[in-house]
Design a protein around this ligand. Structure first.
Ligand SMILES: [Zn+2]
Length: 136
């Protein structure tokens, strides 16, 4: 249950921050890459359960799904998700539901090749980040 562990780490991290700043949290904005395959309804449900008895008790969760950027370590080319989405779709077609990215989106750069030079040495910003915390 990836969503529950994610929600737990968000609640714990933001709660610690709020205690240090003596603040009550009204809204948390989370930024997730489009490839993360999170079930957002489960994530919200987990957040709403786990926020009880914390400084986030009245907080709402907003999730922004972003399109990741990639950078080729071989030639330095920076490109967007749209340039490799056909590669990813081909991969999904080949593996079906069991394709490995479904379980480990961090593997994605290893399956993508640079549209300019063909290198597989790709880095991507696939981190799930707390982008904004609004307090009361
Ligand atoms: Zn390249």
């Amino acid at each position: 249950m990836h969503e529950w562990s994610l929600a737990l780490s968000v609640v714990q991290t933001v709660d610690r921050w709020a205690r240090e700043h003596n603040a009550e949290v009204k809204r948390v904005v989370l930024s997730v890459p489009v490839v993360s395959q999170l079930d957002l309804s489960i994530l919200r449900e987990a957040f709403d359960m786990l926020k009880m008895d914390s400084r986030l008790e009245k907080a709402t969760l907003d999730v922004k799904v972003r399109s990741p950027r990639y950078r080729c370590r071989a030639c330095g080319y920076v490109f967007g998700h749209e340039e490799v989405s056909s590669q990813i779709e081909a991969l999904v077609g080949k593996y079906g539901e069991e394709y490995p990215l479904h379980l480990v989106p961090e593997l994605l750069p290893a399956f993508v090749k640079c549209p300019r030079c063909g290198s597989h040495d790709i880095e991507a910003d696939l981190a799930i980040q707390v982008e904004e915390i609004e307090t009361i």
